[in-house]
Design a protein around this ligand. Sequence first.
Ligand code: ZN
Ligand code: ZN
Length: 327
Amino acid sequence: MALEEGVSRIISSLRRDPGALESVYISVIAFAGKAQVISPLVDLVSFYSPRLPIGGGTALGVALEVLMREIDTRLVKQTATVRGDWKPVIFLITDGQPTDNPQPMIQKWLKNYASGATIVAITLGSGADTNILHQLTPHVLLYEGSREEDFKQFIDWISRSISTQSQSVESNRGESIINLAKAGDALVLLDEKKPMVSDPNTVVLTGRCQKTHSPYLIKYTRIGTLKSIERFIQKPQYSLEGCFPVTESYFIWSSDFQEEQIDVHSLIGVPGCPYCGNLIAIALCGKCNKIMCINGEGEAICPWCKSQNDFVFSDSDANFDIGRGQG
Ligand SMILES: [Zn+2]
Ligand SMILES: [Zn+2]
């Protein structure tokens, strides 16, 4: 069953729900290489199931732009005399990595629209960039069904979510949009703290300069291991690629920079600080466990948590782990 049939199925099941018939309005925006409104916002009775275009590409930025324009022009805003439309719920369904740069539109969405609308992002299969979707919304779901039955369950879940949401706004119950009961096994809520895919070949760590407090990224890449010596090396080894300054916005767009733990003994090479020239950009604060730059032994104040550290080098083989981010 294709998405097109999915839309028809959603509409026909909502039409059987008297509450939804009265209150639900639906619009369809399709996006591939470009984005367009396929079906402008109308009530359920007037809605005609559209033909969805097929095309290459995933223009997420353009899709958001079209969505925001639709919200501006079609939605009735609440005023002193007019009861406005309810907060719209947007089901954003995608299967690919954005082929445009969606960041400017994501920022615009977060700044002006996110508080007045709910996006439920659903990725079909594991090809989509879930980090980007998590920037847009905390509600990111993975659909990984393969059978016709899974797809029907998934589509029925969308219908049910729309109709319970319409009842909940009418009765002010404020029910959560994400209720995965009866959604089937094929639909999974993705936790942004646990990224779905992590690149096993790179380690990216974030640190801050002790003196300027500015952030930087330390990148390591995995060293290929000869099959013949694999049994002597228990853990993968990573060699230093470099240490790069980043702006504070890195933290806004990276929800996952404190992720998997990595054993420092797997890391080969010590970077210097790209800001102040301190020799060791990979010192760990004893209090918050975050990374900072130091120039050697002695006292230093952590740029993250402001606590005092007294760094002493030791030969001990103490095993400590540091958080590992995504590249
Ligand atoms: Zn520094
Ligand atoms: Zn600290």
